[in-house]
Design a protein around this ligand. Structure first.
Ligand code: BGC
Ligand code: BGC
Length: 673
């Protein structure tokens, strides 16, 4: 019985292939970038009309196919084959594009059969940025997709890069660089479970994470998105993270209920561009780059593929002038071939536009290089039409298109999208624990583990970090001590992130107050006024939020923000004028090593806190509680930042703190393992 159907489906496939080739070559489908999204159906008339003719008599075949692809007891490969065999060229092409959510309505989703939608950084529903708004918005679009002829579910993607960070009230974790300092695979799994549940709570099943960059030069604005300069660290942390996000599903297992689809990004060479320029060029010959890959740069991807990662995103950067998106050797030979990646490759946000040639050439080259789904945030309609045109013209083979669609469908099948109801009761339940105290507890633990103690000097015969518990009059200095936005950094509520009270969380000073309130007074000084009675000064300095290229800086700008530099000077003056000798602790909130060389001598203790996220009390847990420091540096920290471009060639004498450095409260050097 089953066999008969397959033969039947095969003949349909052949018939439709013939149809496309007969109406295809030489006939131009009009492709216009200016076409408003709402005119999608009209402007594709030429294609849809012809296909409708074949659809009518095939109704019975479609019914047969449905029986297969909607049957979750059958193997995924069989389901894909059945579905693919009844898809028109247009349906296939639209599966291959991803649109920004502001450009679509349920009507558009229904009329185009678009494969995927994303929320770019900070792209909240028009109704508001609460989880309920998201759940309603995501589900209205997902429901619309089920009304298309084939009812192929819609894949909705977001950047949950440190928690479900776009949404007000989410649990926000330390950025990856802090997790690289924590260097704890088991913690990564705990985090992944929380992230997956807070993402699923709003109906989303796909996150563009983790980022596997190896930042070598902190001038790069995405340094904080990488776990470590060391590739082995990245592999060790990312592998378990991906496995846990995807619920531990292996090969052809369906993902369990609370899992989401991960995305290993950005493939590849990230962190190695000249001068740390975002989206820049890795100046190496292809042969040299292959050597770099073999020396460990490929290992994080290997670890994620071994964890069955379902999607990979190429990097905006280029290797020797060739953009990764159009690099067939890397995407097809290395990733899909050598590493055996079976999932889908999704292009980065409008990234194909940076490749060479006309729009047609960009689409053809990238798809032929191995891109399966195009994140063409605004131009997705033009992109789909271009794919149709290029397949008809033979510039993209039908095999390549079918392979892309097969990979996309596989992701959708594996993640149960065909089998689960939109807006399930389970997701509604999950919404109740969005940003819950329990989830925040995991983030708080992550903060504790991510802290790196860089200096623990002697004060009055003891070590600073052992003595501060005895303080009774504490002054916490700096706006950063009271700023959720700064402690979260970029990719929080908005794309760039923002200083201020942007979401629910605990500022650092609140954590300190809660930890010591039984035995000490805590005051906040924004400008550095220090009371003579203060026996402990905790100064918080660092960076303001930034993202991607907006965070690229000159070497001379790798330092605390101007207001903080001024604060540090004022504190020096006031303490000198007071003439007493309070213990001074410096806490750095930044996405990367910054120039603090002058202050290290002036402070009794220095703590690197990276970008800890919403749970600022994790800092007080370690400073004043029973927890000890366990974090170590995932990046080399140099003395003179003017030399940052050559940091890895500098002699030991130029290194302030080496990679792997970190102390505990007893002043012992930790061993990073
Ligand atoms: C970033 C990606 C991100 C995508 C979608 C791009 O600019 O490079 O990391 O996933 O936007 O927001
Ligand atoms: C979006 C981001 C995206 C970026 C790419 C922004 O407008 O919000 O998600 O990464 O554009 O340049």
């Amino acid at each position: 019985m089953k066999k008969n159907i397959s033969v039947k489906l095969l003949s349909i496939l052949l018939a439709s292939t013939l149809l496309f080739s007969s109406c295809g070559k030489g006939q131009e489908v009009s492709v216009s970038s200016e076409a408003p999204v709402s005119s999608v159906t009209e402007s594709t008339e030429e294609v849809t009309d012809k296909e409708t003719e074949t659809e009518e008599p095939d109704e019975a075949a479609l019914e047969e196919a449905r029986k297969i692809y909607l049957n979750k007891d059958l193997p995924v490969s069989e389901r894909i084959e059945a579905l693919l065999s009844v898809m028109t060229l247009e349906e296939k092409a639209y599966q291959c594009v991803q649109a920004e959510q502001v450009t679509v309505t349920p009507e558009i989703v229904k009329n185009t059969g678009i494969g995927s939608v994303l929320s770019g950084g900070g792209s909240a529903p028009s109704t508001g940025n609460r989880p309920e708004n998201w759940q309603a918005r995501v589900n209205e679009l997902k429901a619309a997709a089920l009304e298309t002829r084939l009812g192929i579910p819609l894949l909705y993607g977001i950047d949950a890069v440190h928690g479900n960070n776009n949404i007000y009230g989410a649990t926000v974790f330390p950025h990856n660089i802090g997790l690289g300092a924590a260097n704890d695979p088991e913690l990564m799994e705990e985090i992944a479970h929380v992230v997956a549940r807070e993402v699923r709570a709003v109906g989303v099943q796909y996150s563009f994470a983790p980022c596997l960059a190896n930042p070598q030069n902190e001038r790069w604005g995405r340094t904080y998105e990488g776990f470590s300069e060391n590739t082995a660290d990245v592999a060790r942390l990312a592998g378990p993270f991906v496995a846990a996000l995807q619920g531990g599903a292996k090969n052809d297992d369906y993902l369990p209920e609370d899992a989401i689809i991960a995305c290993a990004k950005h493939f590849i060479g990230e962190g190695y561009t000249e001068s740390g320029v975002n989206q820049g060029d890795v100046k190496m010959t292809p042969e040299e780059f292959d050597e770099l890959l073999a020396m460990g740069v490929l290992d994080p991807y290997k670890a994620c593929v071994d964890s069955n990662v379902l999607t990979v995103m190429p990097s905006y950067n280029s290797i020797n002038g060739l953009k990764c998106h159009e690099n067939k050797h890397l995407l097809t030979d290395v990733l899909k071939g050598q590493l055996g990646f079976k999932g889908m490759v999704i292009s980065d946000y409008n990234a194909i536009g940076q490749c060479k040639g006309t729009y047609d050439e960009e689409v053809a080259n990238c798809m032929n290089a191995g891109v399966d789904m195009f994140m063409e945030a605004q131009e997705w309609d033009k992109c789909a039409k271009t794919i149709i045109k290029l397949v008809k013209a033979g510039k993209i083979s039908e095999e390549r298109l079918d392979d892309a669609v097969t990979r996309i469908l596989r992701v959708k099948f594996m993640s149960n999208m065909f089998d689960e109801e939109v807006g399930s009761a389970h997701e509604k339940e999950l919404l109740k624990e969005f940003g819950s105290a329990e989830n925040r507890e995991v983030a708080r633990r992550a903060v504790r583990e991510s802290l790196v103690l860089l200096k623990n000097g002697e004060v009055d015969g003891g070590l600073a970090l052992e003595k501060i518990k005895e303080a009774t009059n504490i002054t916490v200095c700096g706006t950063g001590a009271f700023d959720i936005g700064r402690q979260c950094g970029g990719w929080t509520i908005s794309w760039e992130g923002k200083s201020g009270n942007i979401t629910v969380g605990t500022p650092i000073i609140q954590g300190i107050y809660d930890a010591v309130k039984e035995h000490a007074t805590v005051s906040h000084s924004v400008k550095g006024d220090i009371d003579v009675a203060s026996d402990l000064i905790v100064t918080v300095v660092g960076e303001n939020p930034y993202v991607e290229s907006g965070g690229d800086v000159q070497a001379s700008d790798l330092k605390p923000i101007a207001g903080d530099v001024k604060l540090l000077e004022t504190i020096e003056e006031k303490v000198a004028a007071n003439g007493n000798n309070p213990t001074k602790v410096l806490i750095v909130i930044a996405g990367r090593p910054i120039d603090i060389t002058d202050y290290v001598d002036k402070y009794d203790a220095v703590v690197m806190a990276f970008l800890p996220g919403t749970e600022g009390e994790g800092i007080a847990d370690v400073l004043f509680g029973d927890y000890d420091f366990t974090g170590t540096l995932p990046m080399t920290w140099i003395k003179n930042f003017e030399k940052v471009d050559e940091k890895h060639e500098l002699p030991e004498s130029e290194i302030l703190f080496p990679y792997g450095y970190g102390l505990n409260k007893a002043g012992e050097k930790l061993v990073r393992e």
